[in-house]
Design a binder for this molecule. Structure first.
Ligand SMILES: Cc1cc2nc3c(=O)[nH]c(=O)nc-3n(C[C@H](O)[C@H](O)[C@H](O)COP(=O)(O)OP(=O)(O)OC[C@H]3O[C@@H](n4cnc5c(N)ncnc54)[C@H](O)[C@@H]3O)c2cc1C
Ligand SMILES: NC(=O)c1ccc[n+]([C@@H]2O[C@H](COP(=O)([O-])OP(=O)(O)OC[C@H]3O[C@@H](n4cnc5c(N)ncnc54)[C@H](OP(=O)(O)O)[C@@H]3O)[C@@H](O)[C@H]2O)c1
Length: 551
């Protein structure tokens, strides 16, 4: 006789956007038995990683030809899908887009995506109060143009994955609009340096885009100036010439080392790569430590050392005779172009912004775990990626997606509203304290582990100790916090996680070795790497205990 099975209630979920967040949201919905329908206005997946020769229909930042990820492949991948061993440690953007395609193919995500379809509005369904359902209005995008035809459908839940930093932010500089005759650009539309040949260019900003574009234009331009406001420290992608910098993102540092000490170590490492004083990049002393920017850039030292790039002060005004007057009194002459690499603003155009904050006109957001709007009575609308972090973004988006799908499928219940309110208020006050504004910029592991704790996927080192798995306990506490850690415990663990964790160092660092190199006996670096790594971790633990005793 056939066994009776309860009829499963399939919940239709609209996923808006198919960048990294949208892809991982589709995958998480499928894992939870939901039915995802993803709408993407471009004709391919990838979001910012998707490049095409024609402008993208909805705008948004795009990758310049020379872009290389500033996060290593072993940190920037999804938790159950490592990058192939033959990929280099840091990926040119086209290779990361290729990785996203393999992810979509492997988990059969493509069939859940409708391309060339723009979501115009997400609104409460008529019976929202009782059902928590949403209506989603879409239109077709053809040859980069919207059609007039609109379609509206109902969904049980919506996951917004639009890439919320889409609108270019350019500060107003006195004289810029009224007097200055040169060209003004935003890095948003920068592709390659060809338009800047033999021109005098000022790049404004002191973060990743500014550093990259200044270095990219420097060899062809007549002169490039990098105009910085608060300044920044610069680190190389590799520390000690071989280990990716992000392998320093470890739970031991986050949870057991005073932040001031960790910051000092980073500053010391950065100062060895590019002296902040002689380069002129040093952050202003008035800037609190928590607001210091670290640029990951391997070319800045060379461009500065060879005079192709000059770091200068903040621009105070621009004049009609092509001059830029700087904060320190310097005047730069014959300026042809200004490229603003000054970031992006939020774009919440498809929803009513009052869902997100009790002060919709301000920059304040009230999102539990930066994912669930506090104001809504049902947990059926979620946002992924409305935050910044000093580490890999894809695994962070994946944690948000897994939590969203678990809650939508009603397999996980969020805490009471009063507790959520407390959590949200705490985040907002911490942001103000750390950054002086609501930037929603987090320490990567802080926020990734915080979301993982809510979902029950954060591995605890003592949990492995109790099970007698000392090697894994040490890896979780002292090793790099690879995304694979989030597949060791809780819902939807992955059998390959252990192997991925212990092979990540070898597969990342030695991916660059294409020629066999004679190594002195006893100093072999590849095969015995795991043992040496374990030893290193035990020594760091002892060192840490000693440091605590001495303090
Ligand atoms: C130049 C640059 C370099 C970066 N480098 C790194 C890096 O090295 N490492 C790292 O971790 N992070 C990096 N990032 C951060 C990057 O933004 C994230 O890693 C991640 O790709 C963000 O994904 P997302 O899906 O949230 O947003 P997006 O990639 O912006 O995707 C959003 C998608 O939603 C679609 N969409 C938007 N609105 C609608 C609508 N109304 N209807 C239908 N579709 C819609 C868009 O077309 C897009 O495809 C970089 C960002 C930039 C801009
Ligand atoms: N190679 C890579 O992997 C790569 C390359 C590019 C971008 N990205 C990623 O893309 C995202 C966006 O990076 P981004 O560099 O474009 O933007 P961003 O991180 O938001 O940085 C904006 C920069 O603009 C400066 N700025 C803002 N307002 C200013 C003003 N009024 N005057 C002068 N300067 C001003 C900021 O300086 P202050 O902070 O001092 O105000 C900051 O240096 C990040 O996640 C980044 O990691 C990665």
């Amino acid at each position: 006789m056939e066994e009776w099975q309860p009829k499963q209630y399939v919940r239709r979920v609209a996923v808006v956007g198919c960048g990294v967040a949208g892809l991982t949201a589709i995958k998480a919905c499928l894992e939870e038995g939901l039915e995802p329908h993803c709408f993407e206005m471009n004709s391919d997946i990838g979001g910012v990683w998707y490049t095409s020769d024609s402008p993208k229909p909805g705008g948004g930042p795009q990758m310049y030809d020379s872009l290389i990820t500033n996060i290593s492949k072993a940190m920037m991948c999804f938790s159950d899908f490592p990058c192939p061993p033959h990929y280099p440690p840091f990926l040119p953007h086209k290779l990361f887009q290729q990785y996203l395609h393999s992810y979509a193919q492997h988990f059969e995500l493509q069939k859940h995506i409708t391309f060339n379809t723009k979501v115009l509005e997400v609104a409460k369904a008529e019976d929202y109060i009782t059902s928590g359902r949403w209506t989603v209005t879409t239109t077709k995008v053809q040859a980069d143009k919207q059609t007039e035809e609109k379609t509206t459908s109902e969904f049980d839940a919506v996951i917004l994955c639009q890439g919320f930093y889409r609108v270019p932010h350019s500060p107003h500089v006195p004289g810029m609009k009224e007097e200055f005759k040169g060209k003004i650009h935003h890095v948003d539309s920068y592709k390659n340096p060809q338009d800047f040949r033999d021109r005098t260019v000022i790049v404004v900003g002191s973060a990743s885009s500014a550093g990259d574009v200044a270095c990219d234009t420097a060899p062809v331009a007549k002169q490039v100036y990098l105009s910085v406001h608060h300044g920044a420290y610069t680190i190389s992608r590799l520390v000690n010439g071989r280990t990716p910098w992000d392998f320093l993102l470890r739970r031991v540092t986050l949870n057991y080392v005073p932040r001031s000490l960790a910051h000092r170590v980073m500053v010391a490492k950065a100062s060895k790569w590019l002296d902040p004083v002689s380069s002129g990049l040093k952050p202003k002393p008035s800037q609190p430590r928590s607001q210091n920017n670290f640029i990951v850039n391997d070319q800045l030292p060379f461009k500065i050392m060879t005079g192709q790039l000059k770091v200068v002060a903040h621009i105070e005004k621009l004049t009609g005779n092509a001059e830029a007057h700087l904060e320190d009194g310097t005047v730069l002459r014959e300026i042809d172009d200004i490229i603003f690499a000054t970031g992006y603003k939020h774009d919440f155009s498809v929803i009513d912004p009052s869902f997100l904050s009790s002060e919709p006109e301000s920059e304040k957001l009230e999102l539990y775990k930066m994912t669930f709007p506090l104001s809504l009575p049902h947990d059926t609308l979620t946002l992924l990626g409305c935050l910044r972090a000093n580490g890999p973004i894809p695994p962070l988006l994946e944690n948000q997606a897994r939590l969203a799908a678990r809650v939508i499928s009603r397999k996980h219940k969020l805490p009471e509203r009063s507790m959520r309110r407390h959590d949200v208020d705490l985040i907002n006050s911490q942001q103000l304290e750390r950054h002086g504004c609501l930037k929603y910029a987090f320490q990567y592991l802080d926020i990734a582990d915080n979301i993982a704790t809510e979902l029950g996927i954060k591995p605890n080192w003592w949990h492995f100790c109790l099970q007698g798995d000392v090697k894994m306990a040490l890896a979780v506490l002292l090793g790099p916090a690879h995304p694979f850690h989030y597949r060791l415990v809780g819902p939807h663990t992955w059998d390959g996680a252990r192997d991925a964790i212990f092979s990540a160092y070898r597969e990342t660092v030695f991916a660059t070795q294409h020629r066999k190199v004679a190594i002195e006996e006893g100093k072999e670096r590849g095969g015995s790497g795991e043992l040496r790594w374990l030893l290193w971790m035990v020594l760091s633990l002892l060192g840490l205990c000693l440091a605590w005793l001495c303090l």
